[in-house]
Design a protein around this ligand. Structure first.
Ligand code: COA
Length: 316
């Protein structure tokens, strides 16, 4: 049996930080409101000349070193992003050029905050069908580029960052299953409409309260679906590595599942919602903190615009 095994991991956050205190100075909001409603204290924001592929490149270099591989060993690059550098080519192709990989397949995946799970799911199929041996899977987003900083319900939430893993074919257990879903009927609850005006920034439009409720109700279902598919129980999971949208969503999901928050990797306070980057950033944090260790069973789950949602059960 062939498995997709995580051989290396890396992440990157831009240097510039936007704190709640700074937001207090420009918006009708308070640190107390943001902290109690979202759990977020600060988020990292790119400089004017920094793009999604730059963030992806930094995380990818670390993941390759961690995997003890050269860029030339990679035979497929998948970048999950909602904020590509350009309309085309894909951010994956730009990343390929920056890494100096002369030739391999490369493409982007757009599933907003579920993007990394979608990318993992696709990568796993390439490995299981023996179509690729070493895949670079990246989640990278510059959400600040599509955030209206005069809209207090969005400005407080989003951050920029990237995370990358190298997924290699292996005889040892790795990805045990992935589950991905979408329901386009909810398109307008969380979207970035095209304004069509010259020079005007296209920004996130969100019905926060409805998104919140949908997220909580969907995430506990996906956990059950994943465990049932593998004949496993909640007690078998060592760590949940969730998409970091809001601490209250994480708490509500944990409560519904009757799981302790101690089993969740939480980075939202320091990073905000970094969309497709949030899961690999949390994974890397959990590994570097020596919480997630070889042999551990981890469950990743995400929910995002579309709506899209998904999960992955992985033996580290
Ligand atoms: N500071 C102070 N007040 C704020 C505020 C802010 N930053 N943002 C919104 N408010 C106000 C609203 O204007 C509203 O005021 P009103 O009652 O006078 O109209 C009030 O707070 C309540 O708004 P509501 O939207 O019901 O708040 P909420 O408790 O749902 O919190 C979010 C708002 C955005 C934090 C919350 O809905 C949320 O996190 N939703 C999920 C968003 C998400 O995770 N999206 C990505 C999914 S991948």
């Amino acid at each position: 049996m062939i498995y997709s095994k995580i051989k290396g991991c890396g992440s990157y956050l831009p240097e510039k930080v936007l704190t709640n205190a700074e937001l207090e100075a420009t918006l009708d909001t308070t640190d107390e409101w943001i902290t109690t409603r979202t759990g977020i204290k600060k988020r990292h924001i790119v400089d004017e000349d920094q793009f999604t592929s730059d963030l992806a490149y930094e995380a990818a270099k670390i993941a390759l070193t961690d995997a003890n591989l050269q860029p030339s060993d990679i035979d497929l690059i998948i970048v999950a992003t909602t904020t590509p550098d350009k309309v085309f080519p894909s951010t994956a192709c730009i990343l390929q050029k920056k890494l100096g990989v002369v030739e391999c397949a490369a493409f982007d995946i757009q599933a907003v905050c579920s993007g990394f799970i979608y990318a993992l799911s696709v990568a796993d199929k390439f490995i299981k069908t023996r179509s690729a041996k070493n895949i670079l899977v990246v989640g990278a987003d510059t959400m600040s580029r599509i955030t209206d900083y005069s809209d207090r319900s969005n400005a407080i939430l989003w951050g920029d960052g990237s995370g990358a893993i190298v997924l290699s074919s292996s005889n040892e257990e790795g990805i045990l299953s992935t589950h991905i879903h979408a329901k386009g009927e909810h398109e307008e609850l969380l979207h970035v409409p095209r304004k069509g005006q010259q020079g005007e920034k296209d920004t996130i439009d969100m019905k926060g309260n409805q998104v919140f409720k949908m997220a909580v109700n969907t995430l506990d279902m996906i956990v059950d679906e994943t465990l049932n598919a593998n004949n496993l129980a909640k007690e078998d999971i060592d760590w949940v590595v969730p998409h970091q949208a809001n601490i209250r969503i994480l708490e509500a999901t944990a409560k519904k599942l009757n799981m302790s928050m101690d089993k969740l990797i939480v980075t939202i306070g320091e990073q905000g919602n970094t969309s497709a980057a949030s899961i690999p950033l949390a994974l890397d944090f959990g590994i570097k903190q020596k919480k997630i260790k070889p042999g551990h069973l981890i469950l990743m789950e995400a929910f995002g615009g579309g709506f899209t949602w998904g999960s992955a059960l992985i033996r580290i």
